[in-house]
Write a protein that binds this ligand. Sequence first.
Ligand SMILES: [Zn+2]
Length: 291
Amino acid sequence: MKTKVKNLAHPLLTALLLSSLLSSCTSRSDKEKTKENTSIESKVDTTLKPADNKTILARREVPVLCYHQIRNNIASDSKRAHDDIIAPDKFREHIKMIADSGYHTILPDQLYDYLVYGKTLPPKPIMITFDDTDEDQFSIGASTLKKYGFKGVYFIMTVSIGRKGRINYMSAAQIKQLADEGNCIASHTYDHKNFAQFNDEDWTTQIDEPTKKLETITGKKVEYFAFPYGVYKAANLHKLKEHGFKAAFILSTPRDENFPLYTIRRIIDPGRYTAKNLYYSINKSFNKTKT
Ligand SMILES: [Zn+2]
């Protein structure tokens, strides 16, 4: 990401340009961006003190949904796989329910600023995430979200990029398009290795190289991570920060009290749920703590 900022005479312009180039996973439309630039001071206010873990844990949790494959079941699908498969019509119905219920999608940068700096979120915030790079997340997932002005988070497993076969995966061009359209592209390792079993070399092959690859594809920073299988090892969580991540996402297990930013909870929306089931599940799983 080389930028030609040296020709710009005005330092404020330079700062604005740099800040817009370096920000990752921002969800605002162009119209909102213009509005935001007028209030850039609050965005870059470095005097704000980051919250401690206790404060972060006490904040009301924002619901985060996790999707995998958006397709109809076939006879050879295992029972276990059913949780990861949601039929396209059902997916559309669930996203419509979320929109009709007044939810607003947010992206990881917004969630981070809320958890760490107490920044305000839109009413009824929710995050919609997709794991594992499947092409149906682009063709059905992103196009459905777009209908409602929603943005999503795509946790990419880089080994799969461009692969075609029994399952088709997103191409680099599709990932770039998602990023260009304001969605967040994030890391899900190279080939889905269990984080709890990482060795020293894996920090290069499963973490640093995929980050570099995704940053090359999108031209944006990659600062968020989702654990394959939702599984983590507490003793290694501190390393995620050292490797450039601001936050990481698990599934519906409890958060780590020493690393709440690196164990943000998500729930899977399984194919067997009705829209009503999902609505209740969101409230049951995330709305326990009041600020
Ligand atoms: Zn996965």
